[in-house]
Design a protein around this ligand. Structure first.
Ligand SMILES: O=C1O[C@H]([C@@H](O)CO)C(O)=C1O
Length: 553
């Protein structure tokens, strides 16, 4: 039977000490990170969300949940709904139709960076078993943390001259990090003093207590604003079994890469010396790291939890060893029963990612258009045919074949825009994400792209400029189904998805400052079939005015 799980949440600023330094954080009902939601496949989640931030709007996106039939509950400001005003309440009501490791986070301004996130775990329907065995599980939500407020970060990004947010001060595991001290001070690679926790401090690491000779499932998700991460556990192999809510062909590794917006489940077997403890380490990859590793301890309960491991924490692989990153990404393949992609696509969209200038402001652009979100949510604009609420010009499907992806743009000037890529309902779409050089010479960055409302098959990764010949190398046999996939520096990534979910969906770089700088596009399909959009989702902009006029008619 369909079960409704009901939550009544207040979103508010509060003082916290995420990395032992006091700072304002966005919490939910006094908790940071927000409460973990745990549900069964097929349940309805009903979150009655009240905005207690006194001077700013809020929305929450349920990352990885496809929102079939409820596109207004996707939680994207200006896209699926109006931001919820201070004091107002919005009801998110949607079905979780697939088991997996997910999370939720703010999707307005830089509120993810301010700490608005939490875990969302969906279990199999009652009585069903996973295709792998485990005796216990842990849930690790990873994030990055700045001592500069999200508002200050946003101001810097929107200023001329541009001020970049810089690298995070700390990495957090379940909202806990240590800025002033190190868990591994005795091991040489830090000048910080040893952390001395009694255990009840809000920034003390959450110790993972295990029994010897058991198997544990670690559910790991990254809601970082910026950092690409690598997680390792000393002396223990990680067997990857799930990615972004889909089962994968199990494979064993010493460490996993995790880009913002991704989630993985890994199995570990506690088959090491039970008289010792082991490090769990999380470090930065993909950008020159200036942030210490996040650390916690895997504690065999046959020994005391306060005993430090005997060897140093695992070393995070070199940040720019992209060959290694690609090798990991290419190991992620679908488990046998996963649906295969359609053999052909009806349409191919090629999206060039460039860093640009718009009137002197630093931006990111897709095919030379930097996304500027309109005040009226697209879902309402398209449903009610409000043609003045955004730019009706169809955004470009491609870029000039002469564009040199290996060098800074010859003409860095770009424009803002907010047009929509419209897909025929149920058509098959290929997206080729093409990376390029940024504004500075010899710089091309990692960008993890996240699609709302769908999973996509990752058909392949390639170096350099995509050519139609590369299509022959697409993996149509066992490509993984994911909702987030990375483009490597100077490379391309090919994705395929079925536009089978009526609604309007964001597709964007999951690095929050990059989205803020325009690195995203809007996809829409079958909006005429969307029925009964709650008015509360659209009481702003031109839809708000429309409701007012209708009332007086
Ligand atoms: O968007 C970005 O801006 C900076 C840099 O390119 C300019 O300061 C950076 O590292 C980004 O990822």
């Amino acid at each position: 039977a369909e079960k409704v799980r009901y939550f009544k949440w207040n979103v508010e600023y509060m003082y916290g000490t995420p990395d032992c330094v006091e700072h304002a954080v966005i919490g939910i009902d006094g908790q940071f990170p927000g409460p973990t939601i745990r549900a069964h496949t097929g349940d309805i989640l009903h979150i009655e969300l009240t905005n207690k931030l006194s001077t700013e709007g809020v929305v929450i996106h349920w990352h990885g949940i496809r929102q079939f039939g409820t596109p207004w509950a996707d939680g994207t400001a200006s896209i699926s709904q109006c931001a919820i005003n201070p004091g107002e309440t919005f009801h998110y009501r949607f079905k979780v139709d697939r088991p997996g490791t997910y999370f939720y986070h703010g999707h307005y301004g830089m509120q993810r960076s301010a700490g608005l996130y939490g875990s969302l775990i969906v279990d199999l329907p009652e009585g069903q078993k996973e295709p792998f065995h485990y005796d216990g599980e842990f849930n690790l939500l990873l994030s990055d943390w700045w001592h500069k407020s999200a508002h200050d970060q946003e101001l810097g990004l929107s200023s001329n001259p541009f001020r970049w947010i810089g690298e995070p001060q700390s990495l957090l595991i379940n909202g806990r990090g240590q800025f002033n001290c190190s868990m591994a001070a005795g091991f040489g690679n830090t000048t910080l003093p040893q952390c001395k926790f009694r255990g009840n401090e809000k920034c003390a690491p959450q110790i993972l207590h295990v029994q010897p000779n058991k198997t544990y499932r670690l559910r790991i998700a990254s809601s970082t604003a910026l950092a690409s991460l690598n997680l390792a556990i000393g002396n223990h192999k990680l067997v990857v079994v799930e990615a972004d809510g889909n089962y994968v062909q199990p494979f064993a590794v010493d460490d996993i890469d995790l880009y913002s917006g991704e989630s993985y489940s890994v199995l570990i077997t506690t088959d090491q010396d039970p008289k010792k403890n082991y490090w769990v380490s999380v470090g930065v990859r993909g950008r020159s790291p200036k942030t210490p590793q996040a650390l916690t301890i895997l504690n065999y309960q046959t020994t005391t939890a306060s005993k430090l491991p005997t060897s140093p924490p695992p070393i995070t692989p070199r940040w720019n060893d992209y060959a290694r990153s690609k090798a990991f990404a290419e190991k992620v393949l679908a488990l046998m029963e996963t649906p295969q992609p359609p053999k052909y696509a009806n349409r191919r969209v090629i999206l060039l990612n460039t860093q640009n200038k718009v009137n002197g402001f630093t931006k990111w652009a897709i095919n030379n258009v930097s996304l500027a979100l309109p005040p009226t949510p697209y879902l309402g604009s398209l449903k009610f045919g409000l043609k003045n609420s955004f730019n009706q010009e169809i955004p470009p499907e491609n870029f000039s074949p002469e564009y040199d992806i290996f060098n800074p743009p010859v003409n860095p000037n770009s424009k803002t825009g907010n047009g929509v890529y419209m897909f025929e309902l149920d058509s098959v779409v290929d997206v080729i994400l093409q990376n390029a050089n940024a504004l500075d010479a010899n710089v091309s960055e990692i960008h993890p792209w996240h699609l709302h409302g769908h999973d996509f098959w990752v058909l392949g990764y390639g170096d350099g400029k995509f050519s139609p010949e590369d299509e022959k190398k697409f993996n149509l046999k066992n490509p993984p189904l994911k909702n987030t996939a990375v483009i490597f520096p100077y490379g391309w990534t090919a994705l395929r998805f079925k536009a089978d979910n009526p609604g309007v969906w964001a597709f964007h770089c999951h690095i929050e400052p990059h989205l803020h700088m325009g690195m995203g596009v809007i996809f829409a399909e079958g909006v005429q079939y969307v029925k009964r959009i709650p008015k509360d989702a659209l009481t702003c902009g031109l839809t708000g005015k429309m409701f007012l006029n209708n009332k007086h008619n």
